[in-house]
Unconditional design. Structure first.
Length: 236
């Protein structure tokens, strides 16, 4: 796998909005990339499921293939989420292009593995058919966008590569927005209607298979539509 060095292109001045957005994305991605897989690294699915963790309970008694897909999905998906924000730091990209290329390879491989794992898990989603379609489509688009970005950089089309990587990251960031939406939807149900946590989770989980990523992609498309040279400029 060979990625060419990213060429310099016309960029927009960094503003407090772009800097704030970058730091929010970076810190929230780091938090979820570390926090989300940690319980599964320290405990078995059976133990977590026995303690009332619904996702673990859903997969604890599944086949070895499904359990392996679950660990690959959260592990490599978390790695892609952890590394991706750094790829948008212009100063780092320009000063260390070899690092940018190496990290890019790791991200693309992680998305391929995590995406396949997501496809295996989608038919078994707690959200039923909505989860199968929503999470399955997310996995397919995630891998397709990453593959398109890879093909673009192989033919040295840096600008197209960057645009597709922005779209790819919008889907990678679904790991964060899924949890944010779950928190908000559960809090609303519990606070306004007194719904217990378990019921609130299952109701919220019926919505997030699409809510976790469709708004992200719309925001990315809006950003790309207003920036002909789609580089997220952050003097980090």
């Amino acid at each position: 796998m060979t990625l060419t060095a990213p060429a310099r292109s016309t960029t927009y001045p960094s503003t407090w909005r772009t800097r704030s957005a970058f730091w929010w994305i970076l810190l929230s991605a780091l938090a979820i990339a570390v926090y989300a897989p940690l319980p599964y690294a320290l405990n078995s699915l059976a133990d977590l499921g026995g303690n009332g963790e619904p996702l673990a309970a859903n997969y604890a008694e599944r086949s070895a293939v499904v359990r392996t897909a679950f660990y690959l999905h959260i592990g490599f998906g978390g790695l892609a989420l952890l590394l991706s924000p750094f790829q948008f730091a212009t100063r780092l990209r320009n000063r260390a292009p070899h690092v940018h290329r190496a990290v890019g390879r790791i991200i693309l491989v992680s998305i391929a593995i995590g995406g396949v794992g997501g496809l295996v898990l989608a038919p078994l989603s707690l959200a039923g058919p909505v989860g199968t379609v929503g999470f399955g489509l997310l996995a397919v688009l995630w891998m397709a966008f990453a593959a398109t970005a890879f093909r673009a950089i192989r033919r040295r089309d840096v600008e197209t590569h960057r645009r597709w990587m922005i779209r790819t990251f919008a889907l990678t960031y679904a790991a964060v927005t899924l949890r944010l939406w779950l928190f908000v939807l559960m809090a609303v149900q519990s606070g306004l209607a007194g719904v217990d946590a378990g019921t609130a989770f299952h109701r919220a989980y019926l919505i997030v298979p699409f809510l976790a990523w469709v708004p992200n992609l719309l925001v990315a498309e809006r950003y790309l539509a207003t920036h002909h040279r789609s580089t997220l400029v952050v003097r980090a």
